[in-house]
Design a protein around this ligand. Structure first.
Ligand code: GTP
Ligand code: MG
Length: 204
């Protein structure tokens, strides 16, 4: 899929105020610093569309970006970031949870995990919560450029094997990406295009 336009629409902390248009929407969720905002910029080829930072806790609101005038990418705050105050952390959790529970046009949650790390309890808990709430999700391994090609596949297969040893009976859809060298860009955009087509067929 070609990206012909990508524009910031709005930021807010209340799902009730999110855009009303019934367009398919993809949300990026995962631990702080995993690369959610960077991946949005990589996919759209706009360096500064979503705000990124080397320090965790950069994204603090629900941010809507409208792509090609007919679908949305949503950048969310990271979970599990210890340095925000307890009160703020609670607020994030509440509106992130509300966003996922209430957002009807959400067609897929992209759960980002750093490809270098073993499955973390907070990610597993979040995936289980999505499963329980019947919210479709896809795992996106990030920062693939940080591993040598030979160990990349081993890390991915180990991660997926551990999921199967846990709560999951089948391997969820997954992609390996790098915002630094654009690994996975075409594959992920084609995947989104397929889901968009299904959405518009079902809703027209
Ligand atoms: P929060 O908004 O704080 O939750 O973080 P985030 O998940 O949006 O992460 P962000 O995109 O801001 O990136 C965090 C840091 O990781 C930045 O320093 C990025 O440059 C770096 N980073 C993100 N993706 C990649 C990647 O694919 N490769 C490498 N090498 N660095 C990356
Ligand atoms: Mg961010």
């Amino acid at each position: 899929m070609k990206i012909s336009s990508a524009e910031f629409v709005m930021s807010n902390s209340n799902v009730a105020h999110c855009p009303k248009e019934p367009l398919p929407e993809y949300a990026f969720i995962g631990r702080s610093n995993v690369g959610k905002s960077s991946l949005i910029n990589m996919l759209t080829e706009r360096k500064h569309l979503a705000k990124t930072s080397g320090r965790p806790g950069k994204t603090q609101l629900i941010n809507h970006f409208k792509i090609n005038n007919n679908w949305f990418l949503v950048d969310l705050p990271g979970y599990g970031y210890a340095r925000v105050s307890k009160k703020d952390k609670k607020t994030f959790q509440k509106y992130i949870t509300e966003y996922f529970e209430k957002r009807r046009q959400l067609v897929c949650a992209f759960v980002l995990v750093d490809v270098r790390h073993e499955p973390q309890p907070i990610d597993l808990e979040f995936m289980e919560w999505l499963g329980t709430n019947q919210i479709p999700f896809t795992i996106i391994f990030t920062k693939a450029d940080k591993l040598k090609p030979a160990s990349l596949d081993t890390h991915v297969q180990d991660y997926l094997r551990k999921l199967l040893e846990g709560a999951w009976e089948e391997v969820p859809p997954h992609f390996v990406t790098s915002s630094a060298n654009r690994t996975g860009r075409e594959e992920l955009l084609d995947y989104i295009e397929g889901i968009n087509q299904e959405f518009f067929r079902a809703n027209n």
